[in-house]
Design a protein around this ligand. Structure first.
Ligand SMILES: NC(=O)c1ccc[n+]([C@@H]2O[C@H](COP(=O)([O-])OP(=O)(O)OC[C@H]3O[C@@H](n4cnc5c(N)ncnc54)[C@H](O)[C@@H]3O)[C@@H](O)[C@H]2O)c1
Length: 322
């Protein structure tokens, strides 16, 4: 099967390309390299292009008869989306719309979409199922929810079946340490803690808020290994190939860890002391977000391989040390 991986030069997309290639799929990456890196594209060919450029997507889809599209491309810094909502809606909503329209024109009918736990906003319940009310609190979350909504209409009109994955916090790196998480700026907790260990002042770790209604006052999140996310995508590909209906799944480990617990785990794994400063809360950060991924386990027969936080951090640390 030939798979088009949009955003395959980014963190999760690059891991996906490796796993697809290892499983015998032919991979093409479409990416504008706005937050991704050419060096990440090692398991397929790279077409440099922007999802805001309809002609570039058409040219890409003209090159090969793709069996399915995986769509990892997005702008994904929550705080930036609050200050630059237009940029986020344009990139994430219009970009997705352009991609789906091109797929409809070229008869590509299977789509796997990277959505986010941010579509739930700040839910009342702490363990979130796919039935939990969607109520995004930020333009980033809203842009993903709008893209999810558009998929329903494209299925009715153009028979494009889709699997939507709502990721919780992607973390870790492929265990051999060849690729890993490299955002610039880095807003994710684990790589930021690891960077803070080099003692440079500009890498000092900030904790945003220690007055949340959680046992130690810091936010609690669900960390899911990047390879476990990619394995779910692989299962989704088989599911859609076998005629499966469009569906939406949470992906998380089902365990919540506070920022201070993650820091303690990094100290255990690295043997180094983490220094940090407490800052004011950030807008739009819910206190607790933990996934219930039972639906994914039951319907796509998925099980996370990296169930322990220390295991996940070990892979990130191995990549960071390389
Ligand atoms: N990392 C996480 O914890 C997390 C959590 C929830 C959801 N997600 C979603 O997963 C996806 C992948 O996240 P990531 O952490 O790998 O991000 P990333 O920034 O590393 O990768 C995104 C890739 O998309 C490309 N891209 C962005 N806009 C584009 C456009 N208009 N045209 C072409 N390419 C474009 C970027 O250059 C980059 O290579 C995103 O959609 C993100 O919203 C990530």
């Amino acid at each position: 099967m030939r798979i088009l991986v949009c955003g395959g030069a980014g963190y999760i997309g690059a891991h996906m390309c490796k796993i697809l290639a290892e499983n015998g799929f032919a991979v093409t990456v479409f990416d504008n390299l706005s937050t991704g890196f050419k060096k990440n594209v090692r398991w397929g060919k790279l077409i440099c292009g922007d999802l805001l450029d309809q002609a570039a997507i058409d040219t890409c889809l003209n090159q090969e008869p793709f069996d399915a599209v995986m769509h990892f491309s997005a702008l994904a810094i929550v705080s930036d989306s609050i200050t630059q909502p237009g940029k986020y809606y344009e990139n994430n909503v219009t970009g997705t719309l352009n991609l789906l329209s091109a797929m409809a024109r070229h008869g590509v009918d299977k789509f796997i979409f990277s959505s986010t736990a941010a579509v739930y906003g700040s839910p009342e319940t702490t363990t979130i199922t796919e039935e939990t009310t969607v109520n995004p609190a930020t333009p980033y979350g809203a842009s993903k929810w709008m893209a999810e909504r558009i998929l329903k209409d494209f299925e009715i009109a153009h028979k494009i079946r889709s699997v939507i994955f709502r990721y919780f916090n992607a973390a870790g790196a492929e265990p051999a340490g060849q690729i890993g998480e490299d955002h610039d700026p880095e807003t994710h907790l684990i790589p930021n803690i690891l960077q803070s260990l080099n003692g440079k002042d500009n890498n000092k770790l900030n904790i945003f808020g220690n007055d949340y209604p959680t046992p130690d006052g810091t936010c609690i999140r669900d960390y899911i290994h990047v390879n476990d996310i990619c394995q779910a995508h692989l299962s989704a590909l088989t599911y859609l190939q076998n005629g499966g209906q469009s569906d939406c799944f949470n992906i998380g480990n089902g365990n919540g860890f506070s920022i201070l617990e993650v820091i303690a785990a990094v100290e255990r794994v690295t043997g180094k002391k983490v220094e940090y400063e407490i800052k004011a809360r950030r807008e739009g950060d819910p206190a607790i977000l933990v996934a219930n991924s039972d639906k994914l386990k039951q319907r796509l027969n998925w099980q996370p391989e990296f169930t322990e936080l220390d295991q996940i951090i070990e892979t990130a640390w191995r990549y960071y040390c390389r």
